[in-house]
Design a protein around this ligand. Structure first.
Ligand SMILES: Nc1ncnc2c1ncn2[C@@H]1O[C@H](COP(=O)(O)OS(=O)(=O)O)[C@@H](OP(=O)(O)O)[C@H]1O
Length: 175
C-alpha cells in the first residue's frame, strides 16, 4: 500500500487529476485533504505562468526593445508600409524629438502626421523581391538611394540585418 505523505514530489502520487483517468491512485489522506488541492493550484499556476511567458516571447519583446517600439502593432523603424487603397508609401522613422514618425519617401522625408490618415499607412508586410548585397564601403547605400528614386521601387530606410543578426527570428520577423 502506498502511503500518502507530503514531499516535494507529492504531486506525482497525489495528482488532482488522479480520479479522472484512473482509479489506481492512493486514496486522499484524510488528515490533510488540502494538500492535493494546494498541489493542483500550484501546478495550475505554474502552467499559467509558463503560458504567459510563452505568449510574451511570441511578441518578441527583445525585438520591440531593440527597435524602440512601445506598443504591440508598431512597426520596426525603417519598415515600409504600403497604402491599401492608393498605393501610398510610408517609412517608419524617428523625428527630431525622438517620437516615431511616418515619413514619405517620395516627399523627401517630411513628416506627414496629421496630413495623412492612419488607414493610408496600413498595408501588408511583404518579403523583398530583391536584395542589395555588398561589402562595407562598397557603395550599396548609393545604389539603394538611386534605385529608390524609381516610383515603383519601395525600399527600407535602414539595413534590416536579417541574414547576419536576426535570421533565427524567421521570416515572420523579416516580413
Ligand atoms: N559611385 C561611387 N563612386 C565612388 N564612391 C562611392 C560611390 N557611391 C558611393 N561611394 C562611396 O561609398 C562609401 C559608402 O559605401 P556603403 O554605402 O557601402 O557604406 S556602408 O559600408 O554601407 O556604410 C562612401 O564612401 P565614404 O564617403 O568614404 O564613406 C561613398 O562616398
Amino acid at each position: 500500500m502506498v502511503r500518502s505523505s507530503w514531499s516535494p514530489w507529492g504531486f506525482i502520487h497525489q495528482s488532482p487529476f488522479r480520479g479522472m483517468a484512473s482509479s489506481r491512485g492512493p486514496p486522499p489522506d484524510p488528515g490533510r485533504p488540502w494538500v492535493p488541492k494546494l498541489v493542483g493550484m500550484l501546478w495550475l499556476g505554474a502552467v499559467c505562468a509558463f503560458l504567459l511567458y510563452f505568449l510574451r516571447r511570441c511578441e518578441a519583446p527583445e525585438v520591440a526593445e531593440s527597435f524602440g517600439l512601445s506598443r504591440r502593432g508598431d512597426a520596426p523603424l525603417g519598415t515600409v508600409r504600403y497604402g491599401e487603397r492608393n498605393g501610398t508609401l510610408g517609412v517608419v522613422g524617428v523625428g527630431a524629438d525622438g517620437r516615431r514618425r511616418k515619413r514619405s519617401s517620395a516627399g523627401g522625408g517630411a513628416d506627414v502626421d496629421g496630413a495623412m490618415k492612419e488607414k493610408e499607412w496600413r498595408g501588408a508586410r511583404r518579403l523583398p523581391h530583391a536584395l542589395i548585397v555588398g561589402v562595407k564601403k562598397g557603395g550599396t547605400r548609393a545604389l539603394l538611394e538611386f534605385l529608390r528614386l524609381h516610383p515603383d521601387i519601395r525600399a527600407l530606410g535602414t539595413e534590416p540585418h536579417f541574414f547576419d543578426r536576426h535570421y533565427a527570428r524567421g521570416l515572420t520577423w523579416y516580413r
